[in-house]
Design a protein around this ligand. Structure first.
Ligand code: ATP
Length: 191
């Protein structure tokens, strides 16, 4: 089984994220995509970051009707800050039958050389990269374990959604309907 890992703070999850996850299921060689919610980093106190389990809950609401995409809290109980190479080692241990493929934007791939043990990651895992505008030629683009995808991109960010919520505006259609319904009935991101 080939499982794609899409890491993010998902604060909150939005349709831009889901389009990427679904694109990788449809065009890649993946059985599933796991949306790995990054826990709060105690070294980086961030006021606007919602609680770990609230963000996870929103991702669950977003994908629960899709058998190919699921939420993951795998990093919540790992030492923080979490390094991808350590998360991958933990996953390989826990799911010996699965192969894990990283999903990332070209902007992230460009800084991969700064990640802890990035050579090991590149050696042991495939990386599916979606092009982001203005990124130019992808670094590591020619590596045999890197596969480039042209996915449709939306100009939506979680920052934009949080700002809209704070201003009392509706975020309907920017997030999946169950996420919208949940947010609408809560004060998440309004203060
Ligand atoms: P924020 O605005 O809070 O920085 P974000 O919307 O960029 O958040 P993240 O949780 O940081 O969301 O995103 C997880 C991953 O998804 C990151 O690698 C990010 O680059 C990517 N991503 C975010 N928005 C989009 C989008 N509209 N299209 C494609 N990829 C996206």
């Amino acid at each position: 089984m080939n499982t794609g890992l899409f890491f993010g703070s998902f604060n909150p999850v939005h349709i831009g994220h889901l389009i990427i996850a679904n694109h990788m299921v449809e065009y890649g060689d993946l059985d599933q995509v796991w949306m790995v919610v990054s826990p709060h980093n105690p070294l980086k106190e961030k006021k606007s970051l919602a609680k770990d389990y609230d963000r996870l809950h929103l991702v669950r609401l977003a994908v629960e009707d899709n058998p190919y995409i699921r939420e993951s809290n795998i990093e919540f109980d790992l030492p923080k800050p979490s390094y991808t190479v350590d998360t991958l080692a933990h996953l390989a241990d826990k799911y010996p039958d699965r192969k894990f493929t990283l999903i990332m934007g070209g902007d992230n791939l460009a800084t991969l050389h700064k990640w802890k043990n990035y050579e090991q990651i590149l050696e042991n895992n495939q990386i599916y990269v979606y092009q982001r505008p203005g990124a130019g030629e992808p670094v590591f683009g020619a590596h045999p374990n890197v596969r480039i995808f042209q996915a449709p991109l939306l100009n939506i960010s979680a920052t934009y959604i949080r700002k809209a919520r704070k201003e009392g505006r509706s975020v309907r259609y920017l997030v999946p309907e169950p996420v919208f319904q949940y947010l609408d009935g809560s004060d998440m991101y309004t203060k």
